[in-house]
Ligand binder design. Sequence first.
Ligand code: SAH
Length: 340
Amino acid sequence: MNIKEIYNWLCETDQQKLTKLWHLADKIRRDNVGDDVHLRGLLEISNHCVMHCTYCGISAAINHVDRYRMTAEEIIACIDTIVKLGYGTVVIQAGEDYGITTEWLSNIIRYIKDNTPLAITLSMGERPLADLKAWKKAGADRYLLRFETSDRELYKLIHPSKNDRLIILKEVKQLGYEVGSGVMIGIPGQSYQSLANDINLFRELDLDMIGVGPYIKDLSTPLGKDLVPITIDPTKQVPGTEEMTYKVIALARLVCPKANIPSTTALATLNKMNGRELGLIRGANIVMPNVTPPKYRVKYTIYPDKACINETAEHCAHCLSNRIKTIGRVIGQGKGARKV
Ligand code: SAH
């Protein structure tokens, strides 16, 4: 599928044609990664952040965020829960928090590797190469870093940073991590053409994991307050809708048949009733149940009205396993590494 065809699908509104796209993505998912839905326990260990991403509700500039950083003991208790719930992976995510030192996280990684069968995915932002190296050496398996948009001009407006995430992704790959990336859908200023380029870039990067979700406006952020000077012809603007999210999930499956693709919380936030299930039957094969303790979960407000914010880990496990069974899929056992 070339970029023009991807672009045409993104613009498609004919529901019969879209039904064909959903079926095709579902078939390619089944043929390449099977019926297993792997569960990754998502642990949000800190909401401190040095970055000024204009879309994000926990960026450094937002004063009213009550900041937390979990202790090693609290993290280990959550790791025990993940093991008990039978998940194969822990995803450790945080704002870009240098209060989390290289050595401190290395010790936690080593503890997990020595005491559990879990795979470890990190999502710690644009940390220096030395950190990424140390954490790989300690035993981390995978790294998630969304490039957010491949449109360089738009990226500068939403994500002020001296680093190039595409270079970091290459370094992460060279270090031997499985590499995950992705984008937000419907960022103000994001055109259909740039989203088509993003999907094509998933293929060029040969991503192991692709996480996509709708951009959700947070009124406490500069982007949410319309303070960022975005100019776009309104007819070219991608809507951050549920349907557009399914299109991107389906197209990601078409261009990267073997990738692990989650049905994300941001999607479930737009359709709390069955967004997760629809993502899973339109190309996705992963779910990331939140295991963050409720008292911290409510403070990890990267966007408002996040799904599952008031649930416990056990509740999420029960709810998600029912959802997976209802659509005739099975819960994957083991680490669920990227298939070759
Ligand atoms: N500090 C890490 C983790 C960030 S949170 C990092 O920068 O990689 C993980 C993802 O949440 C981000 O990559 C972004 O794509 C998404 N996100 C942040 N704010 C959002 C918003 N307002 N709407 C939707 N998704 C958002």
